[in-house]
Design a protein around this ligand. Structure first.
Ligand code: FES
Ligand SMILES: [Fe+2]
Length: 335
């Protein structure tokens, strides 16, 4: 039977995933979140903490509770939890009584804030949160693309964002040059749990691509540098020539086997120098994303097959074949 790499793969516990945009949370919580098919509560006590969604007493949702004196208090009978998950108070028993060991919650191993997002590793992570130096570079201006939840797996979305052969077809209405079909030779370089590739191809010039022009448009040769950081975070560095460099970041939250929430950013030199507004990039990237989403959501299986015989690969697909190798390596962690 074919094995599939899906959003609920148990080995994903050992990697970092974004679970919320801090600006969207509106406060310390508690907030409900869903990751790898399970429900959790996200709350900021002494620091951000991710705990199981259900109180161990009568399984009330801890997201209905409140923060009292730096602890999370359950709304039902007032049990209180520290950010470590330790149950520190059960009001209905006198203070000399023992708190049962099963009253304590298992907190996520690591929670951090980076790129305006809350990142979670349920178990001790094997890799760091992806590094993107342009984030702190004044030469790049930021466009925050609103978070979106797609009916696809994170691995499928990474597969799509790394794909070098689909531009003239899926993206004919935006970036795709219909006269540039053949994918030239390129190398993929693996570096531990990451890999990258540089790809040269023809694309519509930025302003024609943004206008959605399909009849008359100018093209130019651009260089795209792809990087994928395990498990399935993608970075694209695009050299737009005179229009400056553009870095696109795609961070994926594997919500459950049917859904992935994508947190995406455009970092652009032409925002920093005032030639474009963040809104221009948000509108354009949202349209490019819509083209991908429309296709991806039609795939019946919400995963990437781990058996190489299920799909057919060509030399144009080297980069997405490497993704499958990384996914296979992640799969081995849990076997
Ligand atoms: S259900 Fe949470 S304290 Fe009882
Ligand atoms: Fe695409």
């Amino acid at each position: 039977m074919t094995r599939w790499f899906t959003n609920e793969h148990p080995a994903l516990r050992q990697f970092w995933h974004p679970v919320a945009r801090v600006a969207d949370l509106g406060g310390p919580g508690p907030h409900s979140i869903r990751l790898l098919g399970d429900d959790y509560v996200l709350v900021k006590l002494d620091s951000w903490s991710v705990l199981p969604a259900a109180c161990p007493h009568r399984l009330a949702p801890l997201s209905a509770g409140k923060i009292v004196d730096g602890r999370l208090e359950c709304a039902y009978h007032g049990w209180c939890f520290a950010s470590s998950g330790t149950c520190v108070d059960i009001p209905a028993i006198d203070s000399g009584s023992t708190i049962p060991p099963s009253a304590h919650l298992e907190a996520a191993a690591r929670v951090e804030e980076q790129y305006g997002l809350i990142w979670v590793a349920l178990d001790e992570p094997l890799t760091p949160i992806p590094v993107n130096p342009e984030w702190d570079d004044d030469g790049f201006g930021l466009a925050v693309i609103p978070a979106q939840t797609w009916n696809a797996s994170a691995a499928q979305m990474a597969d799509n964002f790394l794909d070098v052969a689909h531009f003239p077809f899926t993206h004919l209405g935006t970036i795709g040059d219909p006269n540039d079909l053949v994918v030239g030779d390129y190398e993929v370089v693996r570096d531990g749990w990451s890999f990258s590739a540089e790809h040269h191809h023809s694309s519509k010039v930025l302003y024609d691509a943004q206008s959605g022009e399909t009849d008359s448009f100018e093209t130019f040769h651009r260089t795209m540098t792809f990087r994928c950081d395990a498990p399935h975070h993608v970075r694209l560095h695009i050299d737009y020539g005179d229009d400056g460099d553009l870095v696109l970041l795609f961070f994926h939250q594997p919500v459950d086997d049917e859904h992935t929430t994508m947190y995406s950013y455009a970092l652009a030199e032409n925002i920093a120098d005032g030639r474009q507004q963040p809104e221009d990039h948000i509108a354009f990237q949202s349209e490019v994303g819509r083209e991908d989403r429309e296709l991806l959501e039609q795939l019946v299986m919400k995963g990437v097959p781990l058996d190489p015989g299920v799909e057919t690969h060509t030399k144009a697909d080297k980069i997405t074949v490497e993704l499958r190798r990384v996914l296979a390596d992640i799969d081995k962690l849990s076997r």
